[in-house]
Design a protein around this ligand. Sequence first.
Ligand SMILES: [Zn+2]
Length: 94
Amino acid sequence: MAKNGGHHHHGNKENCKKTLTGMSEYVDNDLKGTGKKSLESHLANCKACMAVLNTLKKTIEIFRVSTPRMPKSMAKKVRQSIKHEIAALEKKGK
Ligand SMILES: [Zn+2]
């Protein structure tokens, strides 16, 4: 799969989509093994996805700080809204 040369491959939108889809699982530490590895390696090369990850992490942190004892049901809601956000970002697809 890995070709020589051309590390910066613009227009690897397929990978971006995959990364964004797995992102919420990733921040949740639900992603394991190869899925996690390939996501991380994409993040290392893709500023756009990295930016999304940072935003996601910040959002989650804010929630954790402001709601220290978040009930499970609410945590689930937060996660769903994050997934929504990601889906919106995917649609933008800049
Ligand atoms: Zn990407």
